[in-house]
Every structure is written in C-alpha cells, then in structure tokens.
Ligand binder design. Structure first.
Ligand SMILES: NC(=O)C1=CN([C@@H]2O[C@H](COP(=O)(O)OP(=O)(O)OC[C@H]3O[C@@H](n4cnc5c(N)ncnc54)[C@H](OP(=O)(O)O)[C@@H]3O)[C@@H](O)[C@H]2O)C=CC1
Ligand SMILES: O=C(O)[C@@H]1CCC=N1
Length: 266
C-alpha cells in the first residue's frame, strides 16, 4: 500500500521522517513537492521518490496533504482528475474542513482531517483526527496508523478542530516561547546562557514527566512548589499582575479564530 505526502515542508518532512523511523518501506512512499532543489534534498536524505502531484495522486492509496491552507484549493484542483473512489486523503492543514476538500474531489474519495504538531519529530506528537462524510472505520484506522507512528492520536468531532489547532497544533510554539523567556530571564539574573538553558530545559522535561506519570492536577503540582511566603509565590504574583493567564486565553482565542479564517482562503 503506497502513501504519498504532498507538500514536504516542516510538517510534511516530520511525517516522512517518522514513517521512515517506524519502518515504513521507502519504496512504498511517494513525495509531491514543487521545488526541484527541495525535492533533490528529500531524495538524498531519505531515498524516497519525488514525483508530480498528479502521479502521486494516481499511484498512492493514501495521500497526506501537508501544504499550506492557502495552497490547498490549487493542489486539489491539480490532483482531482487523478483521484478515484476508494482513495483516502488525510489533510494536515489548519482550518481546512473535510467538506472543503470533499467538494473538490471525486465522489467516494474519503477524507480525514488531522491536526498534528511538531513534537512528532521525536515521536512525541499529539494528533487529533476527525472523519469526513465518506469515511469508514478502515479510513480512520489508516489515518491513526499514519499519525500513530509519530505519537499519540485522539479521535475528535470536527467542530473541535479549530480549538485543537489553537491548543496542541500551535501549542509547541507557546511552550518554546516560555522556554525562551525563562532562559533570557536567567541571563538577566547573571547566569551563563548555557547554564540557564540546561536549567530550563530539564525543568520543562521533568515537569512534563510529572504531569504525565503522576496524573496529578497541575494546580496541585503548582501548589506543591509554592511554599508559603516563599519565592514561587512572589513570582506567581507577578505573573498574575501581568495578566499572563488572560494573555494565554486571548492568544488561544486568536489562534482558534485564525484557524476558522484559513478555511475561507485568507
Ligand atoms: N508547522 C507546524 O507546526 C504545523 C503545520 N500544520 C499544517 O501543515 C501544513 C504545512 O505547514 P508547514 O509544514 O509549517 O509549512 P511549509 O511551508 O514548511 O510546508 C509546505 C510545503 O508545501 C510545499 N508546497 C506548496 N505548494 C505545493 C504544491 N502545489 N505541490 C507540492 N508542494 C507544495 C511547499 O513548497 P515551497 O516551500 O516550495 O513553497 C512547502 O515545502 C499547513 O497546512 C499547516 O497548517 C499543522 C500542524 C502543525
Ligand atoms: O501556525 C500554523 O498555522 C500551523 C498550524 C498549527 C501550527 N502551525
């Protein structure tokens, strides 16, 4: 069963590398990528065949669409004549609905919408998948196996996808932003940059592991660190004064709204 990835940028290559790590045979993978230089790079790095989008659409049973939302209509127009009933399209594009895709491809082509994230690069991705209107269990299972090779997969109703995009799709960027900010703070406090960086990364890793392995609510974990009248309480007070919690809410509402807009092509 061959699988094609159309659009091998950051997310497309993340998926490709994960499939290769998971033992998927390279001769069962096809890549559609429009820039010749990028195509050569992928061929050299993975030994994978880069073909035209139309060839990929004609040959593969499953196609992962990993182009920008703004390029999706053009790509669908290009590949639609090569598609046939029974094939599966797995879209990883933010905002693009299954009905947007279904209305542009032949009847009987199944569509699954996915919101992945970049920690898939280290097999710790979080992907949420939703079926389109012509999907059966086998299509969902195939999408699950594709994304399951690079992390966890959750099935969700499609109406939740814009919120999921705001939380886990964009989520790694917020975490990296917090990490950057804490490292800069360490430097301001006089620590060497490498020391600050080691401290912050291990603190993040340990905290994530505690959340996952203890199952304890984050509020309880935060309270355990906050000694009465101590250092943490002083720091958290400043975060509240600067309305960081409200800023997170506003930021994620903005991401959710942007995801909705992307479906309209803007
Ligand atoms: N990055 C992320 O963290 C996440 C991204 N996504 C989704 O993944 C998709 C891709 O995002 P990302 O990887 O960040 O973006 P990139 O710009 O890195 O990747 C898009 C790729 O598609 C290629 N491309 C554009 N047009 C075509 C075409 N007609 N045929 C074949 N390839 C084409 C681009 O080539 P070129 O550069 O030459 O234009 C580029 O390599 C988006 O829809 C995004 O919403 C979802 C979750 C997380
Ligand atoms: O920023 C974006 O639009 C994409 C979707 C989620 C993460 N990156």
């Amino acid at each position: 069963m061959s699988t094609a990835i159309i659009g091998a940028g950051v997310m497309g290559e993340t998926l490709l590398s994960g499939l290769v790590r998971a033992g998927r045979r390279v001769d069962e993978l096809l890549i559609g990528e429009k820039r010749a230089e990028r195509a050569r790079e992928l061929e050299e790095r993975y030994g994978v065949a880069v073909v035209s989008n139309r060839d990929a659409a004609a040959k593969a049973e499953t196609l992962a669409l990993v182009v920008k939302p703004q390029d999706m209509a053009e790509v669908l127009e290009e590949i639609a004549p090569s598609l046939r009933a029974g094939q599966l399209l797995v879209s990883l594009a933010a905002g693009i609905t299954t009905s947007f895709i279904e209305s542009r491809v032949p009847d009987g082509v199944a569509v699954v919408r996915v919101m992945p994230n970049t920690p898939a690069l280290v097999d710790e991705g979080m992907a949420a998948i939703s079926p389109g209107s012509h999907c059966d269990e086998s299509h969902l299972a195939e999408a699950e196996s594709l994304l399951g090779s690079v992390g966890r997969v959750l099935r969700i109703p499609e109406r939740q996808q814009d919120a999921v995009t705001a939380i886990s799709g964009s989520g790694p960027a917020y975490i990296f932003f917090v990490v950057e900010s804490m490292i800069e703070a360490g430097v301001h406090l006089g620590l060497p940059r490498t020391t600050a960086s080691d401290l912050v990364i291990q603190t993040l890793f340990g905290s994530a592991k505690m959340l996952r392995e203890t199952g304890t609510h984050p509020t309880v974990l935060r309270e355990q660190v906050t000694s009465p009248g101590g250092t943490t309480a002083s720091a958290l007070r400043e975060l509240e004064v600067h309305r960081v919690r409200a800023a997170f809410l506003a930021a994620m509402e903005a991401a959710r709204d942007r995801s909705r807009q992307l479906a309209e092509g803007s």
